[in-house]
Design a protein around this ligand. Sequence first.
Ligand code: C5P
Length: 241
Amino acid sequence: MSLRGVRPSQARSLDISAQGGNVWVVLAAAGSGERLGADRPKAFVRLGALPLLAESLRRLEESEWVDAIVVAAPPDWEEPAILLAEELGAGKVSAVVRGGATRAESVRIALDEVPEDAVAALVHDAARPLVTDEIVGRVLGPLSEGWDGVVPALPIADTVKRVRGDEVVETLARGELVAAQTPQAFVADVLRAAVSEGDSSAADCASMVEARGGRVKIVPGDPRLLKVTTPEDLELVSTWL
Ligand code: C5P
């Protein structure tokens, strides 16, 4: 498909409407998910009848915006990830790579599989299974307005304090704070440069783009993009399926 939301300059130079192949997704699924307390990595914990990874994979496969997907699988779970993609008929999965020690490292390894002519790269956490076509479109749109990156985010209801041990050091101005989610969208070249030089402990990809002076826009997130961290999260998300 053609991309309706990229920088016009890039769109022209890459002739993106011709063949597609320009919006790539890196699906970060290589985390261990220790806080779930399961006997397997989080991506392979059951959500309904299938592994957690299946839900985001299926949804991204069906997204009209997405041309190709690279999955960063937990070490030694590459084969099950490939089999799952086959079982789902996820023909957009172009590669399954062995993830790294950190999320940023997993994204860097996966980005090596994204071709030079990719225009936009989305990075999504497999731990957020309920990704929608609507949110994918929402994060891709502002790339055509000159933004380097786009992050879906939610307002924070609680007051947030910086602490050292059990002592409050600072109370942050809540009006300036949001909670960042994924999928995050980037101009592919910008993301590649940021991730190759970025801090491997970075919590998300946008922070690496920000650190190099990139302009990152916030768009409304979705409460159902909850990141599954605990068994209670898994239970809650399963009621939303
Ligand atoms: O650990 P957490 O749930 O915050 O990780 C966010 C996402 O990053 C998850 O989907 C997880 O699978 C992924 N991740 C990864 N490689 C790592 C650590 C986390 O792909 N080494």
